[in-house]
Design a binder for this molecule. Structure first.
Ligand SMILES: [Zn+2]
Ligand SMILES: [Zn+2]
Length: 241
């Protein structure tokens, strides 16, 4: 720690990113918040990161959803489950202007991503429609992808993908409805098509529910010649088990 940072810490001791408890280092959770945050550990679905029961069998395993739905990507991981403290952190990142949360989230994403990171990957966020971008002023997924790019040293293209039309909200739709609502709604930015050709793209989003948005993003990259797609999300909405 530099002298300036040390002095700053004497005046402003680091606080937990989820409450105001004091913590040992910047950008961390206190013990109590850590215990309330459902980080994904153990055996997971190799395509979406959902936790699965049992021990690691030494080969890739998949959850029921990924067996039932054709996923246009090869591998995927999730840092947390979308409930309790993780849910409130994501909602604050999205709606409460807590852009500072992207930094600790980047560390959590990196840890979850270790098994699927490959040299030469191109990192890109799932896009927000420009109307929503105007309202919210930032794309939370792009904040996350920037952190993962910074920590991994991989190439980052924050505007690789764009929304074609303002899709209706996904909330309240059935799974089939969600996929239909998003088909062809995302495309590779016309000026970025050269960047995607032949690349293994790592798509980053804040929350994966049905996987429809990630699927539309992956299809758009593949249509422009991407070699392979992997996905990484901060939170996976998992069925209660
Ligand atoms: Zn706390
Ligand atoms: Zn899965």
């Amino acid at each position: 720690m530099g002298m300036q940072a040390a002095l700053l810490h004497m005046v402003y001791p680091p606080q937990c990113v989820a409450c105001d408890a004091m913590v040992a280092s910047d950008f961390g959770l206190c013990g109590a918040c850590w215990r309330e945050t459902p980080f994904v550990t153990g055996l997971v679905c190799d395509q979406c990161g959902t936790p699965l029961p049992g021990q690691d069998p030494g080969h890739a395993v998949h959850c029921d959803d990924c067996l039932a739905i054709a996923r246009p990507w090869s591998r995927g991981r999730s840092a947390m489950l979308y409930r309790d403290k993780a849910r409130s952190l994501v909602l604050q990142l999205k709606h409460a202007d807590r852009q500072d949360l992207a930094r600790p989230a980047g560390g959590w994403l990196m840890r979850a991503a270790q098994p699927i990171l490959r040299p030469g990957m191109l990192i890109a966020p799932v896009p927000l429609h420009w109307l929503r971008l105007l309202r919210r002023r930032y794309n939370q997924s792009a904040l996350l992808s920037a952190q993962v790019a910074r920590l991994s040293g991989l190439d980052h293209c924050p505007d690789l993908l764009q929304r074609q039309r303002n899709t209706q909200t996904q909330e309240g739709r059935s799974r089939d409805g969600r996929f239909a609502n998003l088909a062809d709604s995302i495309r590779v930015h016309p000026r970025r098509s050269a960047r995607v050709e032949g690349r293994h793209v790592l798509l980053i989003d804040d929350v994966m529910t049905s996987g429809a948005t990630l699927a539309a993003s992956a299809e758009a990259c593949l249509a422009m010649g991407a070699a392979e797609i992997s996905v990484l999300v901060l939170c996976r909405v998992a069925k209660e088990c």
